[in-house]
Structure formats: structure tokens, C-alpha cells
Design a protein around this ligand. Structure first.
Ligand SMILES: [Zn+2]
Length: 483
């Protein structure tokens, strides 16, 4: 059994992993397992994918469906904003659960194993690691604005000083995160799993053009911190004890144009949230989640027909009760159904145009800054990750082309810790990457193609998804649409 570090570079694009910008990650990549098709879940946004990584389940099962989403116990008409820890706390106060299954941290706590999350992204991102932790002995969440258990906040500040201010690039906070990782999580706590969430390059990409100097500086800073951690492990001869998984939650595109969806729905005569047959939209950047009051079939049908005729619509998924409408594909294909599933999930349309810095890929969005980085859609530039692993549990210098995804991370960590994954985890142990040489789970089904079409006035809408199916969901290998 080993100890595990997960290092998430939020929103990292593989094109940024160069000798010049990220020499430490580049070298790490050359030595370890390179996952060539490791997929995020849809919508390709941060908290959905963090919840997926820390539960080993698809959104349908863990219940965190979007960066914003309708969670009935929070509000039936106002999307909950998972960027904010306060919204999770409000949800708990109202009797709702942030996640519908235990996290890896909770599963580890029952085995007396220490899980420490250190995050410098949003307060909500850090919160999903340990939503229920109060004074348990095993488990810690450390964030610049709070810690769980609460007393840890003072302890961290007394040991390391006040947190530096957030900045773009977030260099000082990255350095502090690495200090805490080494001196506190690894040395003092002897954490079995340390989960680091680096807010860069995502933060800088949202605020500037992709490929800008700010983005380059942000990945240099993130790589420097990562390199310092690697050097410390090497200087202390711990390479044979610690497995490191590096990944990112989603990719990025440039925001083509902001679509004012709420205004447009009203103009198209859809009833507002709270009214009979009212439509509520949850903004997920490059994706939209729609909720229909009373699950009214006719409203769903009108809404789908309307969406199919919009030039900014890409792939469209819908709940089971809307499946007889031509052109839709089921949300269950990608694990976006379940008790909190939206009635309709739409990926915005995209193109392969290059921005002023030559970075390809634009998507229509519901929010963000036009021209700057954004994500959430099924654009191939967003629907991918940069994922590499290195350490005693992993093979050396090998590329894995079979499809894997974020639900596989938690069960693989459980295996590396010497334990069986709990039965609720839907991802699979990535044996194909492990030095133990066990065969991958037999019966894994090859990719399946799903397509659908609908005639709308003079137009025809069609879509095709290639899915690698898994228990209660599937990884989107590729997505196409036309109209
Ligand atoms: Zn992110």
C-alpha cells in the first residue's frame, strides 16, 4: 500500500504542458502513465467533476449536477451556486445533502485513514471533499477562507501565517498550498491521501485570452509549486512510498458570445420559474440545465423544439419522460439523470476557430467574458483532461489509450491504499495503469455510438455521441451535432 497525492491543475490544457512552461510536469509525464483518453463528466465544469473525483460516481448518483443547479431542498426555482460553501451550508440547514453518497474521505475515515484536501479554488470546491466532517479524527479540509474542522484554520495560520491575498496568477497562494502540503499534510499529519486543488490555470484563463502571458505565468507558477513538491519527495527518498495522480477537471475554450437565455425564454413565451409549467435554467457556462415545473410534457416538447432551432444549440440530452421527442438522447447515457437530474441538458454549439493567440476552439456560453476562457460544453477542447500518474503503484513510461474518466480516480486510490473500493463507487480500478499487472475488469463494453435527428421547419437537427458505457453512466468520447 502507498500514500497518494492527487494534484489537480484546474482547467489545464495539454498544449500548455511544454518544456518551456511546465518543465516539471513535462518530465513527470515522460516517466509515468499517460492517460490519453481520460474524460471529464458533463457538464464540463469544476464542482461536478470534483464531486465525481471524490465520490467515484456519476452526477446522477452523487447528486451535484452543475456549477449551478436546482437542488429541490435548497430551492425549487433558484439554482444553488456550488461556487459558494455558504450555499452548501444553507442546503444542509434546510435538511438537504450536498452529496447523495459518501466521499472518498468518509470511506477512508472508517478505515482510520487520513484524507487531507487543500484547495485554493472556490470555497464550494473545497467543501465537497468533506461535506459532513465536524470533529472526526480523520480528515481535514484546508482553504484560505476556512478549514474543516474549524479549529484547523487557526492552527494553519499560526503555523504558516495569514494566507496571502488571491491574485492572478495565484502564485503566492500556490506556494502556500505547497508549504502546507509538505509541512502539514505529509509530515505532520502523515496523510494517506492529500488532494491538492490548484486554481490555475483556470482562474487566469477565465480572466484573459487563452494563450495569454498571464495564462503562461499561471502555469509556470503552478508547475514551480508542483516541482517543489516532487523535489521534496525525492530529497526525502519517498518516491517508493507515494503515488501521484495529476489531472485536471475539464478543458477550456474561448467564449464566442454570451447568450441571454433567460430573456430569450421569456421572449419565446415560456413561463418563468415558479409559474405553472415554468422553466428554470441553471447556467453552467458552456452548458444549460433546464427544469420544467411539474415535468409538463408539452412544455418540454416546445422547449426542445425551440432549442433545436437555435443556432447556438449543440448536443441535447433529456430525461426519460421526454425520450419520445425525436432528436433527443437520454441524460442517463452520461450519468446526468437521477433524483436531481435536469429535465433537459444542453451543450452550447462550438467551432474550431482560433483566437488572437492562435488557440483553437470557441463555444457559445451563458456567462463569462466574451473572448476569454470558458467551459461547460461538449466542445472537444473542454471534453478532455490532462491526466498522468507516477509512483510505485503505476507502470513506468507508458501511454494508455483505453477510455478512463474521473469516476475511476477514487476506486483506484482505494486500491492503491490497499482496500477494496466501497460498493457505491461506479468508476473502475484502472488496473491497466498499475504495476500490479492485474487484468482490467472483464466485460468492459467498447464505445457505442448514439445518434438522433429531428426535422424543424426547414432545418434538420441531428446529433451523435460516442459513449464508453459504465455502471449508471458513460464517458463521452466524442460529440457532434449539425443543424
Ligand atoms: Zn475547473
Amino acid at each position: 500500500m502507498s500514500r497518494v497525492i492527487v494534484f489537480v491543475f484546474d482547467g489545464l490544457q495539454k498544449e500548455l504542458v511544454t518544456e518551456e512552461l511546465m518543465p516539471n510536469l513535462k518530465e513527470f509525464t515522460s516517466k509515468g502513465v499517460r492517460f490519453l483518453s481520460h474524460q471529464p463528466v458533463f457538464p464540463t465544469v469544476t464542482r461536478v467533476n470534483s464531486a465525481t473525483m471524490v465520490t467515484g460516481c456519476f452526477p446522477a448518483t452523487h447528486g451535484l449536477m452543475g456549477n449551478t443547479a436546482i437542488v429541490p431542498e435548497f430551492s425549487k426555482t433558484e439554482p444553488m451556486n456550488t461556487y459558494l460553501k455558504d450555499h452548501f451550508v444553507e442546503l444542509i440547514d434546510k435538511g438537504g445533502d450536498p452529496l447523495l453518497v459518501p466521499t472518498l474521505a468518509q470511506s477512508m475515515a472508517t478505515l482510520n485513514l487520513q484524507y487531507t484536501a487543500i484547495g485554493i479554488g472556490s470555497t464550494g470546491q473545497s467543501f465537497v471533499h468533506h461535506p459532513y466532517l465536524s470533529d472526526e479524527e480523520y480528515g481535514s479540509t484546508i482553504h484560505p477562507e476556512y478549514s474543516i474542522p474549524e479549529r484547523l484554520n487557526d492552527e494553519i495560520i499560526s503555523k504558516f501565517g495569514p494566507w496571502p491575498e488571491a491574485s492572478r496568477p495565484n502564485t503566492s497562494r500556490i506556494e502556500r498550498m505547497i508549504d502546507i502540503c509538505i509541512d502539514f499534510a505529509l509530515v505532520e499529519q502523515q496523510a494517506d491521501v492529500t488532494f491538492l486543488w490548484c486554481s490555475e490555470p483556470d482562474g487566469s484563463q477565465h480572466g484573459t485570452l487563452l494563450g495569454s502571458d498571464t495564462v503562461f505565468e499561471s502555469v509556470k507558477a503552478a508547475d514551480k509549486g508542483f516541482g517543489r513538491l516532487l523535489s521534496w519527495i525525492e530529497d526525502n527518498d519517498m518516491q517508493d512510498e507515494i503515488d501521484i495522480i495529476v489531472t485536471c477537471d475539464h478543458g477550456h475554450s474561448s467564449a464566442e458570445k454570451i447568450i441571454p437565455i433567460n430573456e430569450m425564454l421569456l421572449e419565446a413565451n415560456f413561463a418563468p420559474p415558479g409559474m405553472p409549467d415554468g422553466v428554470t435554467v441553471a447556467d453552467n457556462g458552456g452548458a444549460l440545465l433546464f427544469y420544467i415545473e411539474g415535468k409538463d410534457f408539452e412544455t418540454g416538447q416546445s422547449l426542445i423544439q425551440w432549442l433545436f432551432s437555435q443556432y447556438w444549440s449543440g448536443p441535447l440530452l433529456a430525461a426519460d419522460y421526454l425520450q419520445e421527442i425525436p432528436g433527443v438522447l437520454p441524460t442517463s447515457l452520461v450519468g446526468l439523470d437521477g433524483v436531481r437530474g435536469p429535465d433537459i441538458a444542453l451543450s452550447f454549439a462550438w467551432n474550431e476557430n482560433a483566437n488572437l493567440n492562435g488557440v483553437k476552439g470557441f463555444s457559445y456560453v451563458a456567462s463569462g467574458r466574451e473572448g476569454c476562457g470558458q467551459h461547460g460544453s461538449m466542445n472537444p477542447t473542454e471534453l478532455r483532461t490532462f491526466t498522468v500518474a507516477n509512483g510505485p503503484g503505476f507502470l513506468k513510461d507508458v501511454s494508455i489509450s483505453s477510455v478512463s474518466g474521473h469516476p475511476d480516480i477514487a476506486p483506484t486510490i482505494m486500491y492503491l491504499l490497499g482496500h477494496s473500493p466501497p460498493s457505491h463507487m461506479e468508476g473502475e480500478i484502472l488496473y491497466e495503469a498499475l504495476s500490479s499487472q492485474k487484468e482490467p475488469k472483464s466485460g468492459r463494453i467498447e464505445n457505442i455510438s448514439y445518434s438522433s435527428q429531428n426535422e424543424i421547419a426547414s432545418d434538420q437537427y441531428s446529433q451523435q455521441l460516442i459513449i464508453s458505457p459504465r455502471e449508471n453512466g458513460g464517458y463521452i468520447v466524442s460529440a457532434e451535432y449539425s443543424h
